[in-house]
Write a protein that binds this ligand. Structure first.
Ligand SMILES: *[C@@H]1O[C@H](CO)[C@@H](O)[C@H](O)[C@H]1NC(C)=O
Ligand SMILES: *[C@@H]1O[C@H](CO)[C@@H](O)[C@H](O)[C@H]1NC(C)=O
Ligand SMILES: *[C@@H]1O[C@H](CO)[C@@H](O)[C@H](O)[C@H]1NC(C)=O
Ligand SMILES: *[C@@H]1O[C@H](CO)[C@@H](O)[C@H](O)[C@H]1NC(C)=O
Ligand SMILES: *[C@@H]1O[C@H](CO)[C@@H](O)[C@H](O)[C@H]1NC(C)=O
Ligand SMILES: *[C@@H]1O[C@H](CO)[C@@H](O)[C@H](O)[C@H]1NC(C)=O
Ligand SMILES: *[C@@H]1O[C@H](CO)[C@@H](O)[C@H](O)[C@H]1NC(C)=O
Ligand SMILES: *[C@@H]1O[C@H](CO)[C@@H](O)[C@H](O)[C@H]1NC(C)=O
Ligand SMILES: *[C@@H]1O[C@H](CO)[C@@H](O)[C@H](O)[C@H]1NC(C)=O
Ligand SMILES: *[C@@H]1O[C@H](CO)[C@@H](O)[C@H](O)[C@H]1NC(C)=O
Ligand SMILES: [Zn+2]
Ligand SMILES: [Zn+2]
Length: 447
């Protein structure tokens, strides 16, 4: 008898360590109750892929649904036609935020699965709203609709416009094939248009009068290939031709338009690689007597997640939604934050956000082998299984957000750790890399 009571007590104490008894169940039920609507949102976005800053349909579907759910919705927020902000608040307290991305890729639709990211943002916000509305939790939940992640950095503009001021954390998720991870880092990423302009001429009658723009590009392409031997495993250089003058074999090509991407594990490293790339580009121009123009258009910083948030997410996932206990997901790999190798992969404008407040961008698997940015992944991102995985992810993210709202000690530890991390990774940053957003108007919500 005595030992049975002891068991009961320790079980409820264990539950209480992350959430008040029963709260998680209520939060999950609130999300499940809206599943039909969430499926429609997901499907509508997936079936109607739209490119960055042109996500008109997604913007409408999402904001209409959020308004129906009782959120205060600002459409076309921060002077960006397809951005939005949806909030719900109850009493004084901290503010947690989620991001919904919804842009697609040219030609291959939702091959990055941002339809799922959009759905997760909405479902997570619904979960936290339930805690605020009916479960006695106080504070605020904010869902930010963040356009144009793939290339034009919606979150960078949103940051500059103050969208992340006065928030305590930014939580989001990204789909992949077979991995659950909560402490994923991303690479710093820089991108530019580069054009070579030369002089057209008859390739047989007077080639000596021509200046060959294609040779300019090929020269840079080759030199970059040689440079690869000196790159680190986390560096990336990639490039495509996006336009040329009419390509006819008997005309010396006088124009080539390309895009170059440079990535590194940190901003200073990406900068170093970029510096060498500039030498290569200028040398190619000199070598072919063509003129070169470099027009940067992307600068995503490395994403440095909050370890505290990653650990909270991992613990809550294991406690309430353990994938290894479900035969449909037992096959996938789960990486605990402390076991993460810390190797960054891909890039995101959420990187910029991570220099401004504590963030996580967790990964969840939708199965298959076609990688993201492959048309095969579009199909994987559109399945019922992917939707169900997204909803489970949203549930764990919602509980993580609620922990930030409820647990003062946790929130303090999260901010303290974040401040120390930013200090550490800022060492050696030059002036133009440093303080623009860290010196913000953000106020810490402590009650
Ligand atoms: C609050 O957070 C702290 C620090 O993470 C943790 O040790 C504690 O168990 C949490 N308390 C509750 C009630 O969840
Ligand atoms: C809104 O954006 C437009 C360009 O898209 C710009 O001309 C205008 O000044 C901006 N307004 C504000 C208030 O920032
Ligand atoms: C919605 O916005 C109005 C006007 O700002 C505010 O008074 C109200 O408290 C908000 N409601 C919620 C639930 O956040
Ligand atoms: C281009 O080549 C000339 C030699 O012909 C050299 O003097 C000059 O420094 C080079 N410029 C660049 C930008 O490499
Ligand atoms: C390089 O191109 C310029 C025109 O831009 C031309 O005047 C010059 O003669 C060319 N130099 C050589 C070495 O062909
Ligand atoms: C880069 O090139 C593309 C294709 O020509 C163009 O649409 C885009 O505006 C360019 N970006 C900048 C910053 O010039
Ligand atoms: C984010 O991106 C912009 C440009 O894309 C850059 O200028 C800015 O310094 C970056 N960092 C932060 C923390 O916003
Ligand atoms: C799951 O594991 C089994 C046994 O290792 C393997 O045959 C199967 O292909 C795996 N399925 C997936 C979806 O990875
Ligand atoms: C950032 O700002 C602080 C004080 O505002 C200053 O001491 C520091 O030198 C700045 N760092 C950079 C990299 O600009
Ligand atoms: C933040 O910026 C404001 C004005 O831009 C400046 O007055 C203030 O000293 C800065 N604070 C810190 C901590 O750097
Ligand atoms: Zn993506
Ligand atoms: Zn992508």
């Amino acid at each position: 008898m005595k030992s049975a009571t002891g068991l009961l007590l320790s079980a409820s104490a264990l539950l209480g360590a992350s959430c008040v008894n029963g709260l998680a169940e209520e939060v999950f039920a609130a999300i499940d109750k809206q599943d039909d609507g969430l499926r429609t949102v997901n499907k509508e976005i997936w079936e109607n892929p739209e490119l960055g800053y042109k996500e008109v349909h997604a913007h409408k579907i999402l904001t209409d649904f959020l308004e129906e759910q009782g959120f205060n919705v600002t459409r076309s927020a921060y002077n960006l036609s397809t951005a939005f902000r949806a909030e719900y608040s109850s009493g004084e307290g901290r503010a947690v935020s989620f991001n919904s991305e919804f842009d697609a890729l040219p030609g291959i639709g939702h091959s990055c699965g941002h339809n799922l990211i959009a759905t997760i943002g909405v479902a997570s916000a619904i979960g936290v709203k339930e805690a605020l509305e009916n479960q006695g939790v106080s504070g605020k939940v904010v869902l930010i609709g963040t356009p144009a992640e793939e290339s034009m950095g919606g979150k960078v503009k949103l940051l500059e416009a103050g969208a992340y001021d006065d928030l305590d954390c930014s939580l989001m998720a990204h789909p992949g094939n077979d991995l659950y991870a909560s402490y994923g880092r991303t690479l710093a990423s820089w991108r530019a248009n580069v054009t070579w302009s030369g002089e057209a001429s008859h390739a047989a009658a007077a080639p000596w009068l021509g200046r060959n723009a294609l040779d300019g590009f090929v020269s840079a392409y080759s030199s970059t290939g040689l440079y690869r031997q000196q790159l680190m495993s986390t560096d990336r250089i990639h490039h495509v031709i996006q336009g040329t003058s009419d390509m006819v074999a008997n005309i010396i090509p006088d124009f080539v338009d390309t895009v170059w991407g440079v990535r590194g594990k940190s901003r200073p490293r990406a900068e170093q690689v970029r510096e060498q790339l500039f030498r290569i580009l200028y040398a190619s121009s000199n070598a072919t007597n063509t003129s070169i123009e470099i027009t940067p258009f992307q600068d995503y910083w490395d994403q440095n997640p909050s370890f505290q948030l990653a650990q909270a997410y991992y613990n809550l996932q294991k406690e309430y939604l353990d994938p290894s206990e479900d035969s449909e997901t037992a096959n996938f790999t789960i990486t605990a934050p402390e076991d993460d190798d810390g190797e960054a992969s891909a890039s995101s404008d959420q990187g910029n956000v991570s220099w401004f407040l504590p963030v996580i961008q967790v990964s969840f698997p939708v199965g298959g082998t076609a990688p993201v940015h492959n048309a095969g992944f579009r199909e994987l991102a559109g399945t019922d299984f992917a939707h169900e995985q997204a909803i489970k992810t949203a549930k764990a993210l919602a509980l993580t957000g609620i922990q930030v709202l409820q647990n003062e000690t946790f929130a303090e530890a999260m901010w303290t750790e974040w401040e120390a991390m930013i200090k550490e990774i800022s060492v050696g940053l030059s002036e133009n890399m440093g303080n623009s957003t860290r010196n913000s108007t953000r106020k810490r919500h402590v009650h």
